[in-house]
Design a protein around this ligand. Structure first.
Ligand SMILES: NC(=O)c1ccc[n+]([C@@H]2O[C@H](COP(=O)([O-])OP(=O)(O)OC[C@H]3O[C@@H](n4cnc5c(N)ncnc54)[C@H](OP(=O)(O)O)[C@@H]3O)[C@@H](O)[C@H]2O)c1
Length: 254
């Protein structure tokens, strides 16, 4: 359980090699944190990151988790609890961007990417939420994206999966209201991470550390939705009303 200073004792990262997810974990780890669980497709791939966080009194575990295997998600959460006790903060960071043109050319690959981001996100989040409800406390941080705010031709397959995840997470937050458990929806813009490596940065591009700072501040003040950077909230409140023929032509390719 978070201590009197709001410091988490136990943190679960779903997508244990995510650069944004790891930055959030590093930002949330406090002197009193006892357990971090990095759940990833290939647990050995997170060993280096685990070693960098591990210290005396802070155990860092790596466990198997495949977002594309919803049938396994309750067991992943149960394993995390077995290793680290009650979950104070869980971060849902697993996701794939994919290359729009290739995905559009391959319906089955598009469906697979969307399944990781949306279907897998739904079952992972529900598995965590059911546990948080039972505990009566804890926060779930969901990595959505501004790409879900309004679909655009440059990445509408990814964007539509994030729109679904975002809508789901908002409903989940309301469903959990009063239970003691909370959901924080995070809508970053372009973040320089391995997901975007080689792509031209979009306006308002930011870093995993900046997202982590915003998440930590959001959790502290009990926010339900944050944009990173914050200015994107105002940018997208305008963009979502731009007429489609104009929107289509805007240089929003990155
Ligand atoms: N970077 C951005 O510009 C940006 C902007 C807005 C939102 N986001 C969202 O933020 C989250 C984290 O992204 P990031 O920037 O940190 O990118 P990242 O470093 O590439 O992290 C993505 C993570 O998803 C994991 N993953 C992919 N498929 C998986 C599966 N089937 N099962 C389990 N894990 C899987 C990857 O694991 P592997 O190591 O096994 O591939 C990786 O750990 C994502 O949900 C992303 O959509 C990113």
């Amino acid at each position: 359980m978070d201590n009197a200073f709001g410091e988490p004792q136990s943190i679960l990262l779903l997508g244990g090699t995510s650069e944004i997810g790891l930055a959030i974990v590093r930002r949330l780890v406090a002197p009193t944190t006892r357990h971090v669980v990095l759940a990833c497709r290939v647990p050995s791939a997170a060993e280096e990151q685990a070693a960098a966080i591990r210290r005396q009194g802070l155990a860092v575990h790596t466990i198997a988790y495949d977002a594309a295997d919803p049938a396994g998600h309750e067991a992943v959460v149960a394993r995390a609890v077995e290793l680290g006790g009650d979950i104070d903060v869980a971060i849902l960071a697993a996701g794939v961007l994919g290359e729009q043109a290739s995905l559009a050319a391959s319906p089955s690959e598009a469906a697979a990417a969307v399944s990781v981001n949306y279907t897998g996100g739904v079952s992972s989040a529900l598995a965590v939420a059911n546990r948080l409800r039972e505990q009566g406390h804890g926060a779930l941080v969901v990595l959505s994206s501004v790409a879900g705010e309004r679909a655009r031709k440059a990445n509408y397959i990814y964007g539509s999966s994030k729109a679904g995840l975002d809508a789901f997470a908002q409903g989940l937050a309301d469903d959990l209201h009063g239970s003691g458990a909370k959901v924080l929806v995070v809508r970053p813009g372009f973040v320089e991470s391995k997901m975007t490596r080689g792509l031209k940065p979009a306006p308002f591009a930011t870093t995993p550390d900046a997202v982590a700072d915003a998440v930590a501040a959001g959790l502290r003040r009990g926010a339900t939705t944050i944009w990173v950077p914050g200015a994107l909230r105002f940018v997208f409140s305008v963009l979502r009303h731009v007429p489609r023929p104009v929107y289509r032509k805007l240089p929003l390719d990155a």
